[in-house]
Write a new protein. Structure first.
Length: 422
RNA sequence: GUGGGCGUAGCUCAGCUGGUAGAGCACUCGGUUGUGGUCCGAGAUGUCGCGGGUUCGAGCCCCGUCGCUCACCCCA
């Protein structure tokens, strides 16, 4: 009887050793700056009431109209796997009344998100994001700090080739004025059916069309940045000057388009040129009306989502991963049963100092065990046999150059600490 | 949803105008007792994605199907 193999669902990206170490590292580096800035973890469900997204993200968006994993649960409720993070955070903040405490509410999250798109390089149906939200204060300084936190995350990865693009979508009046002129302009263009349909849903979309003829057609289109109200423009300029003060490089891209309807005011994207068509490694912005739309009080907020999968691809492209981080410090090769007994004890002891220790299990020949130690990338190796147990000391071998030091077993932890300068 | 490319060993791939499968890497063991990387030797591994068809004969040709992949679109 032979059973058929079962494959992973289409479009999911799995992280297995050895790559999973790099993934884990990237994720922790991306979120570290948020923790250092006082943001607190929010652990949220991966599925929510479908209305949360159709109302919060917007019916007209591609995400909601054709990319959601929506199903009915056993109680007949419409459930959707979260396609993004902000709406869920807002729902929880409102539901748990976090906005009744001191503002801003500063939270971070990390996890899987789901969109039923056609998979492509850097685009998956289940993807990982880390993100933060700062809710309840309308202050350009927070905008700047949020952007700085994202930027720090990418710098933590050693990335250099990415660029930060910012713009402002202004306030409601700014957008209304611009929309009138933009629609009038678009009417003068000769568009194919699919394109004019897209324009009908969101005319800003046309700025994002990659076809050269569309790019040049849109080159004379009215820009939202030119329609900003005085307060919106002042706000945007303030954000820029804060960023300059923190020495964060950015370019203004007045043609930036965001796919989620809730964005207003400051918006930004991080672009990495080495990733192919899916070059956005992170993005975010301010959302003024979202909380109210979701039944909460009228507070604004700002946040971002960073793509962990894509950030990892970028780090691979730039060869900036610190591979030493992912290997063991010490490899113990016990010879015989007595030796295994103390190998287990020694490993416990050395690990208690935060040192990574592996043991060669199984009845392998010494040569094979050494090979395994070498492959694991371990920095040091000790062989533990009867004579070592008798003497109470082992030869600590540094694998990089083969140098051997005799060390008392009782002092192995100290020696390792010194060797690794912990 | 629309297009292009590709499915042969665990991985990367060869396989000529159709004649019943190969390399490199990786893996395991060994090259005199307990020390890795190099070198040498040996070994294991395939329904050639799947299903039909053409043919004396199909990895190769035809049709279908599934999967992967890249791009459009969209976005992280």
């Amino acid at each position: 009887m032979k059973f058929e193999k079962i494959n992973a669902p289409k479009g999911v990206r799995e992280y297995l050793p050895p790559e999973s170490s790099a993934f884990e590292w990237v994720r922790s580096q991306l979120i570290a700056p948020a923790k250092l800035a006082g943001y607190k973890l929010m652990e949220l469900p991966v599925f929510e009431d479908t209305n949360l997204f159709s109302r919060g993200v917007g019916e007209s968006t591609d995400v909601v109209s054709k990319e959601m994993y929506t199903f009915e649960d056993r109680g007949g409720r419409s459930i959707t796997l979260r396609p993004e993070g902000t709406a869920g955070v807002m729902r929880a903040v409102i539901e748990q009344s976090l906005d009744r405490a001191q503002l801003p509410v500063k939270v971070w999250y990390s996890g899987q998100f789901f969109r039923a798109e056609r998979p492509q390089a850097g685009r998956f149906r289940q993807f990982y994001q880390v993100g933060i939200e700062a809710i309840g204060l309308d202050d350009p300084a927070i905008d700047a700090e949020v952007i700085a936190i994202a930027d720090r995350g990418f710098k933590n990865l050693g990335l250099k080739n990415y660029r930060l693009e910012i713009t402002s979508l202004g306030d409601a009046e700014s957008r209304a004025a611009h929309r009138v002129d933009l629609l009038a302009f678009i009417k003068t263009l000769n568009l194919d059916e699919a394109t004019s349909q897209r324009a009908g849903i969101n005319p800003l979309r046309l700025f994002d069309d990659k076809r050269p003829e569309m790019q040049s057609a849109m080159s004379k289109a009215p820009l939202l940045l030119d329609y900003l109200s005085d307060s919106a423009r002042n706000n945007f300029e303030k954000v820029q000057s804060y960023l300059r003060g923190m020495r964060i490089d950015f370019v203004i891209n007045p043609r930036m388009v965001r796919g989620l309807d809730y964005y207003t005011g400051t918006t930004f994207e991080f672009i990495h040129p080495d990733l192919g068509a899916q070059s956005g490694i992170g993005g975010g912005g301010r959302y003024d009306g979202l909380m109210e739309i979701l039944g909460g009080q009228s507070l604004s907020g700002i946040g971002f989502g960073l793509g962990v999968d894509r950030a990892l691809l970028a780090a691979i492209a730039e060869d900036s991963l610190p591979t030493e981080e992912f290997t063991s410090d010490l490899f113990i090769i016990p010879l015989g049963e007595n030796a295994m007994d103390s190998a287990l004890t020694i490993a416990q002891d050395v690990r208690s100092a935060g040192i990574t220790v592996e043991i060669a299990f199984g009845d392998r020949a010494l040569k094979g065990a050494m090979k395994a130690a070498d492959k694991s990338g371990a920095r040091f190796v000790v062989v533990l046999g009867d004579s070592e147990l008798l003497n109470g000391s082992v030869d600590l071998k540094r694998m990089s150059d083969g140098v051997v030091t005799s060390v008392k077993i009782a002092q192995l932890q100290d020696q390792m600490r010194q060797a690794l300068s912990l």
